[in-house]
Design a protein around this ligand. Structure first.
Ligand SMILES: [Zn+2]
Ligand SMILES: [Zn+2]
Length: 67
């Protein structure tokens, strides 16, 4: 087992030239206050891809869990 997972969301992480990122490519996991969507696309979206709301917030930055 050499895979790293995120300390906060337990999603697999990838180490890139930008540092640790989530599987979708974004360092920050975004969450929508309106519909509950969450994801980590890169670059970070300004609006929710599901409902179009601008009420997105950064939930956390990718951080590998060290076991
Ligand atoms: Zn995460
Ligand atoms: Zn939404």
């Amino acid at each position: 087992m050499s895979a790293f997972v995120c300390l906060y969301c337990r999603e697999p992480l990838t180490c890139t030239e930008r540092g640790w990122v989530h599987a979708e490519g974004g360092a920050y996991l975004m969450r929508c206050r309106e519909c509950g969507w969450q994801g980590a696309p890169y670059p970070s979206p300004a609006r929710c891809p599901r409902c179009g709301s601008g009420s997105l917030r950064d939930d956390h930055a990718a951080l590998p869990l060290r076991g």
